[in-house]
Design a protein around this ligand. Sequence first.
Ligand code: URA
Length: 434
Amino acid sequence: MRMYDLIQKKKNGGVLSKEEISYIVQGYTSGKIPDYQVSALLMAICFQGMNEEETLALTLAMRDSGDTLDLSQIPAIKVDKHSTGGVGDKTSLVLTPIVASLGVPVAKMSGRGLGHTGGTIDKLECFPGFTTALEEERFIHNVKTIGIAIAGQTANLAPADKKLYALRDVTATVAQPSLIASSIMSKKLASGSDAIVLDVKTGNGAFMQNFEDAKGLAEQMVRIGKGAHKTTYAAITDMSQPLGHAVGNTIEVIEAIQALQGNGPSDLMEVVETLGYLMLLAANKVTNQQDATQMIREVINSGAALKRFAEFVEAQGGDASAVYDTNLLPLAPYKLPVYQSKGYVQQIHALEIGNTCMQLGGGRLTKESSIDLSVGIYLCKKVGDAVNPDEPVAYVYANEEEKGRNAVSLVADAYTIAPEKPSEKSAVYACITE
Ligand code: URA
């Protein structure tokens, strides 16, 4: 087999066989096939696409390119959850202790924030002492005993994806649905859970800008999950405005704790309850959404989910007292109000809010940069809320006054205000369970 011929085949619209895809993935991971040939192939895929069989073959070859986690010693059905990324998305922090309290263990590999999107690992590191570098034994022990473990991606989990993703990033070949779907699913399949629930975001703060594209990506990932014999469900949720009120790291952790205390914002709770339903469904704990919602609300109201969250923080070396006293978490000293003109909020541009948080120091431009966990933006007014000129629409939390002032004007610009109240919109657009 020659890489040259395979590039030519895809360039001409041909279909690559399972063996050919395996040859490419193995050859690239081992260094035998150079970057320039794989770049050419990726670009050909961007123009010609890949069919269902090719996408599944690529996913499985990337899954098998490194270690796969064996969670079989944990008896219950383990369900993983993945979000395609967004602004203010603290859903995992709220959801995992809820489902763990309901008997669904979560063994999760999470990422750090990149660009305008946040990452669960960064948020958890707001707890002094918290570690996500868990040895496999400790990871499995925590899932067995507490029902939750969240670790950073290990170096040898789907290494082919790691290498391919880095190449796609610099060759303008990221935004191809089959490549995105296989990249995400290869890592999820290597992580060893029995079922996968996907939160596919759509809107200006997400990868997929419109509903149709998000639905296409969600369906593709659900088909891959089925092809790999894993129960896989997906929800398509809104990312045209940030999720909840808080954007940043510490500030989002505080909002997640408030949600676990029963005071979560309505859009966040709608997403949490929907994904919670899908996770409980995948674990055979419920057959309908109504029962799931009731169970989820019960573990919040009883305090069981919050207690589980504190146990999880402690089990990973974090200071669990901060769960009950959030003043112990690092929040920036400058709190600057943002004002807008009278009317109703029509839009809060999620991407612009995410970028502003990054400029405050709360996000990273490259995977290597360090970030400031204490900065952020609190959006008091969300889409549909009435605005008075003497009442702040948001607050900026900054460590330097000048950066804060700059962020205030950017946050004000991210708001669109108009005289009419916009029609109400759900935070969840669709679920795919078939
Ligand atoms: N996230 C991934 O892991 N891979 C992609 O290709 C896009 C988003």
